[in-house]
Ligand binder design. Structure first.
Ligand code: CMC
Length: 390
């Protein structure tokens, strides 16, 4: 392989040092800043987890109050941004709208362009965490022809998102605490996952000195793909295609013939149960029970698929387990969130991870522009013929 190590897909390349997230894929362990994800999901809410990812430590009560207040201060959108939404087609995918609107934030906050200033970096991080739910909810409302909504302080981060999604001018949405807690958990479980494709994209974009809003927009673009954040949406589409439990066996034959994949299964790093999936499965049971949906055909089908896949030698031999998106898709669907919003919700939850990595990278004195090399396999040197001779 000549001068360079050839490692397509980065299966054996560490691109950076990081203190944020630890994963042991063989043992199925995930820690944020040293804390096991199971404890964080049970004992902390999402904004505490955000504080932890950004600052390295969990907040005490006073720090928590100040942080929550600081985030709430930034959750509105500049009024002119609403005109930007209106420039999109109503049937645009909300992820397409998110890439555009988040990228446009740098046109509103000139201080974000000075990435050498730590205070400016901190404010950009807070703005992003605060505004992403508002942007995601407005992308949804615009697609539905609903009037834009505003955040309401006093609600939790997850409650506020549900309020912005579902309240109408005539009726306030009454947030069910079990569902809000489930959504908050989805946010926590998606908050960071070290150097996945979108986070690496954010780091690579940021390595050139690009502003944080542009970098996060790049991360959102990468997350959209079906092998990454688009998987939760793909799970629900797959369930619709299979239709009923009677068709599972035939569908599985197609998976084993490699005509298509079982979406929501498998992971590049976890070759054991994804610890997030184990937590999400519990939350999934809770939500289905709360809503009395245990016997709903779609959810019964999902559970039948899960059972078959966990026992089938094809999956067992390849160490393919359900990943977090298998269950989060089911939970979101049960809550009444449309499928097109699944990936935007992943994006808003992952924003803190992206910005924590971006901040860590910018503050690192060893930081260099990211510049992979290649193995050239194209044409050898040749001469250009005049157009009449080609
Ligand atoms: N269904 C059927 N077969 C599969 C699946 C699947 N979901 N995933 C992997 N395989 C097979 C694959 O065909 C290969 O078989 P063989 O060894 O016979 O060639 C073997 O398992 C190893 O897979 P791989 O493609 O080498 O694994 P990878 O690390 O490159 O891919 C993945 C990981 C997540 C892209 C892949 O498992 C996949 O496409 N899963 C479905 C999509 C999905 O659920 N993605 C969400 C990932 S978690 C959240 C996130 O990252 O955003």
């Amino acid at each position: 392989t000549g001068m360079f190590t050839f490692d397509p897909g980065f299966l054996a390349t560490a691109s950076c040092e990081s203190k944020i997230t630890f994963i042991d894929g063989d043992l199925g362990m995930l820690y944020y800043r040293g804390y096991p994800i199971e404890q964080l999901a049970e004992k902390c809410d999402y904004l505490e987890v955000c504080y932890l990812l950004l600052n390295g430590e969990l907040p005490n009560a006073a720090q928590r109050t100040e942080f929550v207040r600081g985030i709430m201060r930034h959750n509105m959108l500049h009024d002119q941004l609403f005109s930007l939404f209106k420039g999109f087609r109503r049937d645009a995918h909300p992820m397409a709208v998110m890439v555009g609107v988040v990228g446009a934030l740098s046109a509103f906050y000139h201080d974000s362009l000075d990435i050498t200033n730590a205070e400016h970096r901190r404010i950009s991080a807070h703005r992003l965490i605060a505004k992403l739910p508002t942007i995601a909810a407005q992308a949804y409302r615009y697609s539905k022809g609903l009037p834009f909504s505003y955040p309401k302080n006093g609600l939790t981060y997850a409650e506020n998102f549900m309020h912005m999604m579902f309240s109408t001018p005539c009726e306030e949405y009454k947030v069910n605490p079990v569902l809000a807690r489930a959504l908050d958990r989805i946010f926590t479980l998606h908050a960071d996952h070290e150097q996945n494709a979108s986070t690496s994209t954010v780091r690579l974009a940021g390595s050139s000195g690009a502003n944080p809003f542009a970098c996060i927009a790049a991360g959102i673009a990468c997350l959209w793909g079906p092998s990454h954040g688009g998987a939760n949406e793909a799970v629900l589409k797959m369930l619709d295609e299979i239709g009923s439990a009677d068709n599972v066996a035939e569908f599985m034959d197609g998976v084993k013939d490699k005509r298509y994949k079982l979406m929501g299964f498998g992971h590049r790093v976890y070759k054991n149960m994804d610890p997030r999936a184990a937590i999400m499965k519990e939350t999934c049971d809770e939500v289905l029970r709360e809503l009395g949906l245990q016997d709903d055909p779609k959810f019964k089908l999902a559970m039948a698929l899960e059972k078959i896949a966990l026992e089938d030698p094809y999956f067992v031999e390849r160490k393919l387990y359900p990943n977090v998106d298998f269950y989060s898709g089911i939970v979101l669907s049960a809550i009444g969130i449309p499928v097109s919003m699944f990936t935007p919700i992943f994006a808003l939850a992952r924003t803190v991870g992206w910005i924590a990595h971006w901040t860590e990278m910018i503050a690192d004195p060893q930081q260099k522009i990211g510049r992979p090399r290649q193995l050239y396999t194209g044409a050898e040197r040749r001469d250009v013929a005049p157009v009449s001779d080609r």
